[in-house]
Each structure stands twice: as C-alpha cells, then as structure tokens.
Design a protein. Sequence first.
Length: 549
Amino acid sequence: MSDAVPDLATTGAAAAATTERGTATTPDGPLRLRFCPAPSGWLHVGSVRAALYNWLVARRSGGTFVFRIEDTDAERATLDSARSMTEALAWMGLDWDEGPVLAADGTLGSRGAHGPYLQSERAALYAAVGRRLVDAGHLYPDLRTPAELEAWREQHRSGTAGGGPPVVKRSTAAHSEEELARYAEEGRVASWRLATPEAGSITVVDLVRGPVTFEWAHVSDPVLLRSDGSATYPLANVVDDVAMGIDLVCRGEDLLSVTPRQILLADLLVADGLIDAALAEVGLPPRDAAWGPPRAWAHLPMVVGMDRKKLSKRHGSVAIQEFRRQGFLPETLRNHLALLGWSHPAGEERFDDADLTARFALEDVGRSAAAFDVEKLTTFNGERIRALNPAELADRLLPHLDGTEGEAALVGRPPSDAELAVVRGLVPLVQERMQRLDEVEAYAAPFLGDVGYDEAAVAKHLATDAGRAALDAAAAALDGCTWDEGALEAALRAAAEGLGVGFGKLAQPVRVAVTGTTVSPPLFGTLVLIGRERTLARLDAARTLAAGG
RNA sequence: GCCCCCGUCGUCUAGCGGCCCAGGACGCCGCCCUCUCAAGGCGGUAACGGCGGUUCAAAUCCGCUCGGGGGUACCA
C-alpha cells in the first residue's frame, strides 16, 4: 500500500457538492434485497421483522432475497450464532435464493452464484478492494491509537478543545513530521479511513422517512481497514452490497446515519470498475453487467419492548427460537410482525402470505418505534391453530410432546401407532381452546400418562360429602355404560338428576377423578378418549382418595 | 456536547384541512352461552404530549417546547 497522502481533489471529497440519492417509491422490476445479520447471539423479533420486510419486497418484485452473514468482527461473531440464525430464518419460512444453507449435519453450505455469503470467507476480496482504494487515493492512514482517538473525541465532546463536533476528517487526522517519526520508531501501523467530503451535503430520500439531509462536515471518516489489515463493517457491508447487486437496502433505523458514507463508498467501488477488478483478482464470480450501486433505501423504526425500552434479555421471548419452543406458528409470526410498523391498506389484520406479498409496500411503513405485543400475537396464534386442519395440527403438536421442543416426552420419537391415535383423538378436544402449541403438554398428560392429582382440586371436589356421593353415583352410572359420548352424557346427566344436583356438581368431581385437575377438555369426549378401563380405574382410585385413604 | 429520527386509546395502528366530540385490532370490563377452561356472540372503557401560529375550519400545515429513540467505535 502507498503511504502517500493523496491530493484532496482525487478523493471522494471531490464529490463535495450537494447531492441527492434514493427514491420516493420502490423501484419497479425485480429487485435484489438482502438480510445480513451479524452473528452474535440470537435472531430477535426486530431482526426477523427486517428480514421479513426484505423478503416481502423481494418476492413482490419477483426479485431475489439474499441472506448474508456479516462476521467481520472476529471478537464477537460465532459460528454457533450463524447456524442458529440460519435455522431461525428457515423456520420462519423466509426462504432465501442465495446464502448459507444449514445441512443436516450442522455444517453451513451455500447456495447462489455470488457467494460466498459468509464475510469471513471473503477477506481476500476486502483486502483487494482496500488496496485499490488506497492506490486511488480514497483512503488515508490514521496512526493514532484507539486510546488517543478516544481522548481526542472526549475533548471535543466536552467542548474543552474549543468547540467543534468530534468528527474525524482527513484534516483532523494529519500527522506532523515529528509525530510520523515518533510513530515509525514505535512501530505503529496505520488504520485506513475513507476520506469523505469536508463540505457540502447529501440528501437520502428514504422510502419510509422521506428526504433526510446530512452535512458532510458532520460525517466522520470511517475506518475501512483496521491496523491489522482486516476489513470493518463499513467496508465489507458496502463491498458485498455492490458485489451482490443489492438494489434496495432495507434495515433498521440505527443504520440511517451511516448511509451517506455508504453511498459515497458504493459509488467509488462501481466507478472505473474497481469492484470488478477486485472480484476478478481474487477469483470470485463477476457481477452482473447491469448492476449498479444500491439505489433505494428504507430505514425501519426500531422495535422496542412493552416497556418502551430497547429489546433485551429482560423482555423474555426475544430470541425467535423461543417463540418456536412456546408453540407459536411461523405463519402467525409473519402476519403479526408484518403489522409491526406496517398496516394493510384495507385495514385487514389477518392475512396470509399471498395477500401480504401482494399488498406490502415500504412506503406504507410507519415511522415511529413499535412495541412488540405478545398478547396480540398469542390471540392471533390461537386463531390460526383453530383454522388448521386436525391432521396437520396433530403433526405440529408432536414436537411438543416428544421432547423436541419442550422437556416432556409423553410420546416416543417417532410415536407409536397407539400414541399417534391418542394425539389425533386429542386434537378435536383441544384445538379450540389452545393459543400455543406447547399448551398441549398439560392437556395431553392425563391421556398419555398417569394422572397427577392436584391437591386443592381433590380437597374441593373429592374429599367432601358431595364429592363422594358424586363419585359413587358416577361410578355406578358408568359401569356397563356404552362408551360413546351420547351414552355417557345420558348416563351422567341421569346420575346427577338422581342425586338431585345440577350437572356441574357431578361433572367436576368426575373431571378431577379422571384428569387430576379442574380444567380439562369437555368431559364426555375426555372419557371416550381415556377409555372405559382407565376411567373406571381412576374413578376407583379417586373414591379411595376421597375417603381419605 | 454534536448530528439524525420519532410523538393518535395500555399496545399495534387508520387518519394525509372539513366526512373525526377520531375508526379498526389486541388487551381490559360487563352480559349471553356453558360440565371446568376455552372458543363464540353482544355491548362497553380508553388517545390526537404541551404552547403558539396559518386558516372560515387542524389530529392533519408551520414554529417553538417537552418527551422518547438512534448515532457519535480499529461493533455491526
């Protein structure tokens, strides 16, 4: 790399005029969009919503959805996280045309013609681009240490340096002869910054926010190459967006202020075929000849918790796999997340993917931060569970019964025929009273295992004179009764009448006797599914319990 | 400190100068149904942050103010 400090006129600063970029409406034609999380931690609802919006626009335009892992920070990025995010995105049903693919054995493969899609595998490209940017004079060396920089910024922030915002510009980074000599002696290695214009302004016409103007004088020159030679996010992100032909950048509002320098860089990369030369040099696939730099931007409002604070561990279910574990359907999440910032033109709130892709538009996305409401999600989820056909519900319930999603292993994996029959028989009993799939565990226990008697329930409904009388009457009525809902209902109602009590007075003791708790699906269906043998046995056991023995 | 964004029921939102003493959804409350829990049906509660303008007329336009958020990293 050349250490020569290039003339200002040869750098991006030459573009110091006032410029405007972006579009007021989504561009026509097939669009390439991407979702590019940094792999540290889990995917949370905010990220997934961004992924969803990108996916929707790509699908609606008949374009391409690219998934890229931005693991340029070796300190924080982990492969486990990358795997987890890949799995989460797949579970959400946001299928991508290009990007990493998680194989059954846990390794990350790849699909698409413009990879690799893990930035850690593209280091050579960033180095090649960096070298060319330096040679072209767009980057300049900064020999200050992080500590020195921080001290410098602190001075400016507190105003003790005599005013001026803490903005790093080439003019503030110039080193004197003495400094250079000293640094050389110390063996310091430079980091390289992108020279942004010192004056003028740029207006980003954002699809959700409209025009937003930034003064270049307020834009700090970002470090593109760390002193160890590695690429930073400001470099890698833009290089890949350009190399992968991203048309529309849709991401969180937290990246809005970084857009000006990204536009500048993207232009530099495309100009004179710099990116193409670098791609060829390192042997990566060439860009499509028609691709230019990104031409549209959309910055989504943040997603906050119900306490209006930024999403964090405190908010519980932030990791998307937590929703999976709790039995939320991915289609519910898609529906509900779409509503977090966007609203259907016709005011509809329940819709499927087809309606969503047909109607969704970034221009209709709101501008204020939205709180994620789990209550509403839960209601929506219950509605969708009710709308499922019974056979499919049974299939979706299995992972919550065999230990895949929860702790309980009420059935084998795979389930036996008998277990499967019970689960299928259970569906009509629980479908209309479930909001989450994981609730099936509690409902299913009495049908698939032994009853555990709830003490309070026993005390209230069994161990009383009325309870004992009810159990005796029920046992007598059920003995020899035909085992179908109609006959059971007739027999038990008659028994209640015989006791001279309302049906409820008989039903609750029986319910507790058979299921162990006061809450269960409707009694007659429950008895049918549990079967004569077990019902009568449990009634007997309950009578013993009720007698205090 | 500096830059940028945002501000309608508890929550998600509709509203883009008169149709709004503000509509829908979730929640909440009440009633109906009912063998428990649900589901379902019906009804109800609840908001334009504040102050100044502009206008015959403002939730809608403008200014200020207050409040919230983001950025200000050799994190992304």
